[in-house]
Ligand binder design. Sequence first.
Ligand code: PHE
Length: 360
Amino acid sequence: MCDITRMRSDHFEAVTNAQTESELEEARLRAMGRKGEISQRLRSLGGMDPEERKRQAPALNALKSDLQKAIARRKQELADQALAELISKESADVTLPGRPRRRGTVHPVSQTIEEVSAIFADMGFGIAEGPEIETDWHNFDALNIPPDHPARQEHDTFFVRNRDPGRQHPNVLRTHTSPVQIRALTAQGAPIRVIAPGRVYRCDYDQTHTPMFHQVEGLAIDRDITMANLKWVLEEFCRAYFEVEQAELRFRASHFPFTEPSAEVDLRCSWKDGRLTVGEGDDWMEILGSGMVHPKVLEACDVDTDIYQGFAFGIGIDRLAMLKYGIPDLRDFFDSNLQWLEHYGFSPLDVPALHSGLSR
Ligand code: PHE
């Protein structure tokens, strides 16, 4: 009998100590396999004398059935353990902050257009639009640009083949946003106050020129608009855009066929260690072209020049973005390099507005 007690403790120990399903199966075979210890003892019952058999049979059968139960229990335990381990490895902590692989960013040009639009909207300017494929009338003639003007030469302008045989004039990829002056004035008439941001195209390519770039046109026509208004608007714009207390502008006499008088405008600034400071220093940086809208332009749009006059300006948007955000090479703007976009891009959730700060 004490022999059966020893068997019980041996086999139960083996079952409890089994760490894997195959160890458990081994323990089962050793006890109850064909050659297992318990199986052999059960088989030997037949050869025992009846007294002995009477004593051993119930104990052996009880041991067998107890062990079967223990094996089933252990099997379930091992399965539960394996599942718990799997779950703990694959679990996700839903309270952790998001960690997106590729966060989309707002391109510096889009950001700058948003900022510029916010500033001019605050000064009462609406937004006007025009097509990027323009008629040469809108892009040149209506803007008082004569047929022999250098801008109309093939090497400056992308001409688009005109498939309509009835029309003698070519279309062009607009070389500036000034044709939107014509479109807005014809559609809306005077008085008018609009800006027109958009893409423009010229045959040019180096560190500061790309064949496609961006401008924002400004146009204000009313009964009593003068260059003083132009100067205030531009100064106010520069103060707001560069987020400085003071911005000083210098007007230089210039020539554009569609303005008279015309002025190129420089901004007082200083460059220190490759960083730009606006409003102080001894450097001047050209940032835009402007002037009083030429009467011929107003006439082309049927605006009464005895009553109305006003100013226009054109600013390079990419140039503005390069200056404010310290981006050295214009060509990088249009390379679709994800690393560059990640570095210079803006959060889509920070929409520029004057009250919350333009750029953060
Ligand atoms: N269209 C001019 C350019 O592209 C800029 C400009 C616009 C000048 C409006 C005067 C008035 O250079």
